[in-house]
Design a protein around this ligand. Structure first.
Ligand code: PLP
Length: 296
């Protein structure tokens, strides 16, 4: 389906409690979520017919909405069930899934307590295109000019649409300069995350990753920390300054979409994806399979 616009595909989208034909899942232009970013979402993947860590994603969606001062009018059980329903309706087993909740169009000014809250869930095929060997070449990142804001500036734990404005700007700048992505610092100048993924650095048997105190504590990130420990690595969550990057041998990104993606370059720093990247790519690929996920 590559190249088909996202609003022109075939299939079903779960929309406010019912399955709607894909092309009919629309909102009005005077939607609060569109004008004022009162919108939160999730990105999750199904493997072998089951959404990996579904309840964690659903709980984060509900918490993100709460951080933006609105309540999704469905329980976690109902949202989980809707996710399963939309996967089955589209006859997919291995797919990306996007639940999104937003304030509607009853009023269009800053206050919006009266506006209804909507929930839609779409799913589509978004495979990991690269083999492990291909991935191990690593991707090139440049430094982003935009900084992750302070927790006093914005509800930084929410997976909120508004927080992605600087991600899109940073990603565009990186792509324009020939890079795959950008690595963002935070408001203090510390290493934070990429535009849609968390970052890890490897030094011998140690894996260092920034403390998620002003950016998304990814579900993949947390999974990877567990897998790294299970594979004998010592994981250190701490504040990392950009000028420390020279001491690390390997680097990789983690995220639902990115899974485990080795990095070969960040600005002037070079990394060589090797044993840790290979071990953790394989460990993650195994962990997401339904039997393993259920046993975790
Ligand atoms: C900005 C940002 N950071 C980190 C992540 C990784 O989060 P997760 O592993 O829960 O997908 C994502 C993924 O959506 C993201 O968009």
């Amino acid at each position: 389906m590559a190249g088909v616009p996202m609003d022109q595909r075939d299939g079903w989208i779960w929309f406010d409690g019912e399955l709607k034909p894909w092309k009919d899942a629309k909102v009005h232009v005077l939607t609060h979520g569109l004008h004022y970013a009162s919108c939160v979402f999730e990105g999750q993947r199904a493997y072998g017919g089951e959404v990996f860590k579904l309840r964690e994603h659903t709980d984060r969606l509900i918490a993100s909405a709460r951080d933006l001062d609105f309540t999704i009018p469905y329980s976690a059980d109902q949202i989980d069930e809707a996710c399963r329903q939309v996967l089955a309706a589209n006859e997919l087993t291995d797919a990306y899934m996007r639940p999104v909740a937003w304030r509607g169009s009853e009023t269009i000014s800053v206050p919006a307590r009266e506006n209804t809250v909507h929930l839609a869930i779409a799913t589509w095929v978004w495979p990991s295109y690269f083999s492990t060997e291909e991935k191990l070449k690593g991707i090139r990142l440049m430094w982003a000019k935009w900084k992750r804001p302070s927790p006093e500036t914005i509800p930084c734990k929410a997976k909120a649409a508004g927080l992605y404005m600087i991600c899109t700007l940073s990603k565009h700048a990186a792509m324009d300069a020939g890079y795959a992505d950008a690595l963002m610092l935070d408001y203090r100048g510390l290493v934070a995350e990429a535009t849609g993924a968390n970052v890890f650095f490897v030094k011998g048997n140690e894996i260092h990753t920034p403390t998620p105190d002003c950016f998304l504590d990814g579900i993949t990130r947390r999974t990877l920390i567990g897998l790294a420990k299970a594979n004998g690595y010592t994981v250190i969550e701490r504040h990392i300054k950009p000028d420390e990057l020279g001491q690390f041998e390997e680097c990789f990104l983690t995220g639902t979409a990115a899974e485990v993606t080795p990095v070969s370059e960040i600005g002037d720093y070079r990394f060589t994806p090797a044993k840790a990247c290979r071990t953790l790519i394989d460990a993650y690929a195994e962990a997401v399979q339904p039997k393993r996920a259920a046993a975790e």
